[in-house]
Design a binder for this molecule. Structure first.
Ligand code: NAP
Ligand code: HSE
Length: 332
């Protein structure tokens, strides 16, 4: 049986999710790929943390040990921040290793350059998990809306913010308790500043902008507001009027300019994002032929994010030239 050798960068919420998804879906993966998927190495930062992983897997803090594994086919990147993720993925691409990333801070800034580099090296890069967790928004735009011209996107792009606003309204939790719960559930980043300040939704909106318009607006001109100033009283007042606070990211092309904003908005019941609750994200797309479509689903968390990464993985390895590459390795 052919073996696809994979390494995980990061073994937190997302890395563990990918590990679990591969273990629990191994026979299905074998069936659809005709190959066994073997996780051969995991990169972490803290060697002292206990990890429940197969003893055959190399667990290391040294990326060079991973990049030098001779027949590594794919790297799943789920670490935090712009660096060292960017440098690691460049090195992987240069070695002909496919990469799949969940790291939106890194990808919003370096995505275009990494895509160009991967095209030159004839490797694939998957980034579905960077935007809206388990919702397949990237591939929907890339593959299912190729002819449609997208005019506007409006979305709830941060699961933690939506979860906090929902918990503050439904269960009357204070902001701090709702955030703590989002952290316990693995929705929030280890440092949740980006989640609650709107910066996380901003990174995702910039990734969508690059995909849809082929460019991003000037980052300094994007209005970014988070949810930290919204009080329980304001939420309750809005509810009495039949309205809800939603943290909404919006991007549209006006002439040659791209206009983007991320801010809390009070919406009425007839707004398409009004019913989006808890950790769910939703993206409403207005396109030239189809009109308006809305995709909704879990925007954060272990298995939804792993789902996005594993679907990228299968898509990449279903491409014929890559199958040939595995066979090449096999015959070495
Ligand atoms: P996490 O739980 O904090 O885990 C991060 C993992 O990365 C940990 O295993 C950590 O090592 C490792 N790590 C961090 N910096 C490292 C470095 N410099 N070198 C080597 N290892 C390093 O984070 P997470 O929630 O899994 O998120 C991972 C990435 O996915 C982030 O970029 C995040 O924005 C993105 N993401 C998260 C979600 C979600 O729902 N959580 C969804 C979509 C995308 P130690 O274990 O040793 O500390
Ligand atoms: N912290 C992020 C969120 C994870 O809450 O949406 C998914 O990108």
């Amino acid at each position: 049986m052919t073996v696809i050798k994979a390494a995980l960068l990061g073994f937190g919420t997302v890395g563990e999710g990918v590990y679990t998804a591969i273990q629990t879906h191994q026979s299905h993966l074998k069936k659809i790929l005709g190959a066994e998927v073997e996780i051969v190495a995991i990169l972490i930062r803290d060697k002292n943390k206990e990890r429940l992983v197969d003893s055959k897997i190399r667990v290391t803090t040294d990326f060079q040990e991973i990049i030098n594994i001779p027949d590594l086919h794919v790297i799943f990147e789920a670490i935090v921040g712009e660096e060292p993720g960017h440098t690691y993925l460049q090195q992987a691409i240069d070695k002909g290793i496919h990469v799949i990333t969940a790291n939106k801070v890194m990808f919003s800034k370096h995505g275009e350059q990494l895509i160009e580099r991967s095209q030159k090296e004839n490797v694939k890069i998957g980034f579905e998990a960077t935007t809206a967790g388990g919702v397949p928004i990237i591939r929907t735009i890339q593959q299912l809306l190729q002819v449609n011209q997208i005019k506007k996107i409006q979305g709830i792009l941060n699961g933690t913010s939506n979860f906090i606003l929902t918990e503050m309204r439904n269960r009357k939790l204070c902001f701090e308790d709702a955030l703590e719960l989002a952290q316990e559930k693995g929705y929030a980043e280890a440092d949740p500043t980006n989640d609650i300040s709107g910066k996380d939704a901003f990174c995702k909106l910039m990734i969508l902008s690059q995909l849809v318009f082929g460019e991003q607006p000037n980052w300094n001109e994007v209005e970014i507001e988070g949810i930290t100033s919204i009080t329980q009283e304001q939420i309750a007042e809005a509810e009495k009027r039949g309205q809800r606070f939603k943290h909404i990211a919006e991007i549209t092309r006006v002439g040659n300019a791209i206009k983007a904003s991320i801010q809390p908005i009070i919406v009425d019941t007839d707004h398409s994002l009004y019913p989006i609750e808890g950790v769910d994200n939703a993206i409403a797309i207005e396109a030239s032929l189809v009109g308006k479509i809305t995709l909704q689903g879990p925007g954060a968390g272990k298995l939804p994010t792993a789902s996005a990464m594993i679907e990228d993985f299968v898509y990449i390895f279903q491409q014929a030239p890559i199958q040939e590459k595995i066979l090449e390795y096999q015959s070495l």
